[in-house]
Ligand binder design. Sequence first.
Ligand code: NAD
Length: 490
Amino acid sequence: MAEQVGQIEQAGRLPRGELFLGGRRRPSGDGATAATIDPSTEEVLTEVALATARDVDEAVAVARGAADGPLCRMTPSRRATLLSRLARAVEAEADRLTALEVRDTGKPWSLARGEIGTCVRYLDYYAGAADKLHGETIPLGPGHLAMTVREPLGVTVHITPWNAPLSLLCRSVAPALAAGNAVIVKPALLTPLTALALAEIVERSEWPAGTFSVLTGTGAQAGAALAAHPGIDALTVTGSVATGRQVLRAAAEHITPVVAELGGKSPQIVLEDADLDLAAEQVLTGICSNTGQYCDAGSRLLVHRSVHAQLVEDLAERMARLRIGPGAEDPDMGPLISEDQRASVRALIEEGRRSGARLITAPTGLPERGFFLAPTILDQVTPGMTVAREEIFGPVLTVQTFEDDAEALALAEDTDYGLAAGVYTQDVDRALAFSRDLGAGYITVNEYFAGGVEVPFGGDGLSGNARERGLVALESCTRTKSVVLRIGKG
Ligand code: NAD
């Protein structure tokens, strides 16, 4: 632990809080800045620039210059080489990037280190795909030749959230770069540091100036100006449903395609034949990882009535044993991201209690400073309660019981979201039946966060409209052009 704190202090060189566009860093047009805070200590880390609408115009112009110029002329194999080099550079700076993520988000060191490893995987995976984006020939008979060509879109915008800052940035940016686009990133204002550190890495690379820009700033100003901009070709927004709606509305003006990766209210379904020890461990991971601040957090436990009491008791004991503390000490669980987030989670817990849920809170001593909150179970929740329907985005598990598989499925499907679902059973037929019938985009069996960068991820309903990760992500980074030739004179 001491070693990690030492690494954090050593690696703690903060990036300059400036915009990065056209291959150089500069303050925002009006010089405005905002502080970014360490949620573990409530200490101000640094100030970062707030991009204006004019900064957005300039970023789009320089990205367009790169997209229509050097990127157009670059071979796919060269893009693959540059992306691989970026992966190696990120790997070489993994300790610093981890330290910055720990400070900016409060998340435990090991978790942050894992996420930086995932960034490297995204860059490597899509580097491997950069020279394999080919079209098809389509048989039309002897008089014609038809083919499709896959082209880059041009300028793509990536609006990212605070819960897994660099890994979600790389999730959408790596395929966009592999496909030959120029990218503009707007990180969440609460956690801009790793995006800025990545800009420093790109600055030292051989990517043409304007290929990668970072505009720190607010959603209302920088984000909204990007979403409404006529000069962009596509946009990915990863965030809340409210933000997704605003971005989709703004983008509709210019018919800009939007990949929306939004919230969730994902069930974890424990059948009576499950290995209960494994289920307890996985359900806990599903709700307490990253302090419950993952879009696919398994926040609704649906458990067979016959094993309900045993499982809830086991979960309460496990929660009570969690080490909660500053991210730098590599605890099991860090703080929430901000005071606002903590207030919102507390208000929902109180709302659940008032509407009749049984509250079980781990009796853990929490650090005095920092936005800490004890993990909480809300048992005896009924389908109409707000806590059963709204995303809480904290370490709060609601519990409902069922009598048979049909009721479990009905409860699981009683949601406006459709991101993820976990099923715990030792019967492969029942697991496959749930996988077939559940409306979620990402279903795991007996290991809640199973999968990786190769496996497509995304939601339906309010959770979103697309899939990222895997090869399918490249579809929304390219356009297909069809070319049909008449052959001969006949
Ligand atoms: P948020 O919606 O508040 O912010 C996300 C990003 O959108 C930020 O960069 C923000 O500045 C920007 N933004 C806000 N308003 C905007 C506007 N009007 N126009 C353009 N941009 C705007 O989300 P958050 O609080 O940072 O993240 C938490 C949410 O993100 C949760 O709902 C979580 O479920 C969701 N999330 C989804 C996924 C996924 O893959 N589906 C992954 C992570 C987080």
